[in-house]
Write a protein that binds this ligand. Structure first.
Ligand code: VAH
Length: 319
């Protein structure tokens, strides 16, 4: 990768990914795009171009002007929001993906888009979920992710587009909070622990899901995209995860820093249903073997970093 265009650059992953890529490849070689505007005054807002990924003509025009060698297609609607309006979700998630793949094909771009543990369903083995296994998700988000994985593999086989993808677990970040996800409870818990010392989880006690700190997710994207394509036996998409946690495990780790933190439960049946259809702990052997995936953050270190960063934000706001 030398010159990169990103869609969904204002999203939870897109934001930190854009900052990291600008640092690594140079501000002038990274073009952030998003359907939203930004007046944050940061380096993303300085370079941001407005792009609705359903508008292929605008996408083509931006690519023709910027001349990237890579497109990182991050624009998507997350799991819980997809269930609120599945038809719009299909339109954005799949319409946007087809457009990005077509632009990659026409302009011979290297291509990345995220998949998710959401690409698995209730009949998928829940423990040590294999790289290749049953994928019958019963959510619109999962249908989008499985269809997306198949479409990206098709563009590689049929047109030779260098497509690559990662099945992300729940991603925990403090730079940009997520929106509309099922795993968002974990991020909310950290922020509420600092803000009020208590949190009411919309997922039930004992709900075990794969999670990862955002820095590991960003590093994994760059590592996969810089890997030698000839060594990849899989492409769309690799299982990756750093930990399998329940709400009470996160709360117990928070209590090592905020002793009187209280966790309550008010289960949201929609998001509980989504979470129950996902695996508990996926197997990441192929990512480790084929391109050296090696997450650095476990629950203990992630909690330390999250609480420190949120506390710093809080003191900055107070100052
Ligand atoms: C979601 N954060 O909750 C996303 C992710 C594995 C979860 O795909 O929809």
């Amino acid at each position: 990768m030398k010159r990169i265009i990103i869609t969904g650059a204002l999203g939870q992953i897109g934001t930190e990914l854009t900052f990291k890529l600008m640092e690594k490849y140079g501000e002038e070689n990274v073009l952030p795009t998003d359907i939203l505007e930004s007046n944050s005054g940061d380096v993303i807002s300085k370079h941001l171009k407005i792009l609705d990924v359903r508008d292929i003509e605008s996408m083509k025009k931006i690519v023709e002007e910027f001349k990237p060698d890579t497109i990182l297609h991050m624009a998507a609607i997350l799991s819980a929001t997809c269930e609120k309006n599945p038809q719009v979700a299909w339109d954005i998630n799949m319409g946007g993906l087809v457009n990005a793949l077509e632009v990659a094909r026409i302009h011979k771009l290297k291509f990345f888009t995220p998949s998710s543990i959401g690409a698995f369903g209730p009949t998928t083995p829940k423990i040590n979920t294999p790289q290749s296994t049953i994928q019958r998700p019963n959510t619109m988000y999962g249908v989008n992710k499985v269809s997306g994985e198949l479409l990206c593999d098709y563009y590689y086989i049929k047109f030779g587009v260098d497509t690559r993808g990662l099945r992300f677990p729940g991603l925990i970040s403090h730079v940009k909070e997520p929106g509309g996800g099922t795993t968002d409870y974990a991020v909310e818990m950290y922020f509420e622990a600092v803000k009020s010392g208590k949190y009411t989880s919309f997922l039930d006690k004992g709900t075990c899901l794969d999670m990862m700190y955002m820095e590991d997710a960003i590093d994994a994207i760059i590592q996969l995209m810089e890997a030698d394509g000839k060594e990849l036996k899989n492409r769309n998409a690799f299982n990756i995860s750093a930990m399998s946690v329940t709400p009470e495990m996160v709360a117990n780790e928070i209590r090592k820093h905020i002793g009187d933190f209280s966790l309550y439960y008010k289960v949201d049946p929609v998001r509980q249903g989504i979470a129950d259809s996902w695996p508990n702990a996926i197997d990441c052997f192929e990512a480790k073997r084929q391109w050296g995936f090696a997450p650095r953050y476990n629950l203990e270190l992630m909690t330390e970093v999250m609480l420190e960063a949120i506390n710093n934000k809080k003191s900055l706001i107070k100052a």
